[in-house]
Write a protein that binds this ligand. Structure first.
Ligand code: ZN
Length: 248
């Protein structure tokens, strides 16, 4: 099984779906993490170039903890749009990773870069199948199901369709997020708590909704072809996830 997780900034995938990705990896799935921007606005002390270099190193280490492949797409932080160029990059990412499942940001997310990724993923999963669209990689043979990741503390993301119990993989999620030292240090100084604390709070909140200790929540993309919760673990594949589809 092959998974593609698309995030705008170097720590987004960790925040919103690393526990679920760890379940996939532990069962032998190949996971690709595509990061669209350099994240160069993520420091108030370093130059944008220095910040981008630091964040790429941190992202590589984090993805290494998971045992996944990193695609660093290098768009400017804060200025990610659905343009012909970024759309081609997104199509290439889908064709190169050939996913059975795609994760991307929610279309109602608070951050404009996140919303751009949502739009890019929706377009790329369709266009990747069109053989007449030129690309260094061959066209895919089907449209992969698309799941929108959670938003920060669930804000403006509506009611999720499916929850994954990540109690067993929470440690891996925290280990990945811990690799983003620059972001954790900055947030701790500003707010007294870092992203590991934040993700624990969010996973507990989602877990409480379905009666488990920690969970991640997802929304099925309604656009054609519509995604269903069952697409997280397609029939005929050995990979299984601890799904909690009904909120309590
Ligand atoms: Zn982000």
């Amino acid at each position: 099984m092959r998974i593609l997780a698309m995030g705008a900034h170097p720590d987004d995938v960790e925040l919103f779906c690393a526990g679920t990705l760890a379940h996939y990896v532990r069962q032998g799935a190949h996971v690709t993490v595509a990061i669209f921007t350099n994240g160069e606005l993520g420091s108030r002390t370093l130059s944008p170039e220095e910040t981008a270099a630091v964040r790429e190193r941190e992202a590589l280490r984090a993805v290494g903890v998971l045992g996944a492949e990193l695609l660093w797409l290098g768009a400017p932080d804060g200025f990610l749009f659905d343009t012909p160029d970024t759309r081609r990059e997104a199509v290439d990412a889908v064709r190169r990773s050939r996913p059975d499942v795609i994760f991307a940001h929610h279309p109602g997310d608070y951050h404009p870069d996140h919303r751009a990724v949502s739009q890019l993923a929706s377009a790329a999963r369709l266009l990747a199948r069109e053989p007449s669209l030129p690309s260094p990689h061959p066209a895919t043979d089907r449209v992969a199901p698309l799941f929108y990741m959670d938003t920060l503390l669930g804000t403006n993301g509506g009611t999720p369709d499916v929850w994954v119990d990540i109690t067993e993989t929470m440690e891996a999620k925290e280990a990945m997020l811990s690799e983003h030292l620059s972001q954790n240090d900055a947030r701790r100084q500003r707010k007294g708590a870092d992203f590991v604390d934040l993700t624990k709070q969010q996973a507990e909140y989602r877990g409480q909704q379905v009666g488990v200790r920690y969970a991640e929540a997802f929304t099925c993309a309604p656009s054609h072809p519509a995604t269903s919760a069952l697409d997280l673990t397609p029939a005929g594949d050995d990979v299984r996830l601890p799904l909690c589809a009904t909120p309590r």
